[in-house]
Design a protein around this ligand. Structure first.
Ligand SMILES: [Zn+2]
Length: 158
């Protein structure tokens, strides 16, 4: 049996959910301008107001959970609801694209072809290396080219 485990709700997600709930239930926000205070109507106790700020509410729900419909309704009212940024695509490439010396991206197939061509050339020259210094320079080039292709799914025949 496959059990899907739902990721726990984040604080931001809860605030957005509570703000929607507050709208549904008709929680109203009142502003007392002289003191710049905000008050929210109580749905469970009609006729009661809760003193609410962008950081707190005096209701029992906020005391217990650190969030409530009043607080979320205020954030909604003043345009301070959190913005949830979706996770990046799980399959999105995480390897930075190759760029020219000017910083322009090289299309992946062209870049890969160039790297593979360079590897073949390095391999050919390695067999003809005339000195130890030559050999080490070619080894260094080979390591660098290997780094460029690491993470790529293409394998190169030796
Ligand atoms: Zn509250």
């Amino acid at each position: 049996m496959v059990t899907r485990v739902k990721a726990p709700e984040t604080r931001d997600q809860a605030i957005i959910r509570l703000a929607a709930q507050a709208r549904e239930r008709g929680v109203q926000i009142f502003n007392y301008d002289p003191t710049r205070e905000y008050f929210a109507t109580s749905i469970s106790e009609p006729g009661t107001l809760h003193r609410v700020t962008a950081l707190s509410c005096d209701c029992l729900g906020f005391l217990r959970f650190g969030r409530c419909t009043h607080h979320s309704a205020l954030l909604d009212h003043i345009g301070e609801l959190p913005v949830i940024v979706p996770d990046p695509e799980p399959n999105a490439a995480t390897v930075a694209p190759l760029t020219t010396s000017g910083g322009y991206p090289i299309p992946a197939p062209a870049a890969l072809a160039a790297v593979l061509q360079a590897r073949a050339e390095v391999a050919r020259r390695s067999k003809q290396a005339r000195s130890t210094a030559d050999f080490w320079r070619l080894q260094a080039a080979r390591v660098r080219l290997d780094q460029l292709t690491s993470g790529s799914v293409i394998t190169v025949a030796a």
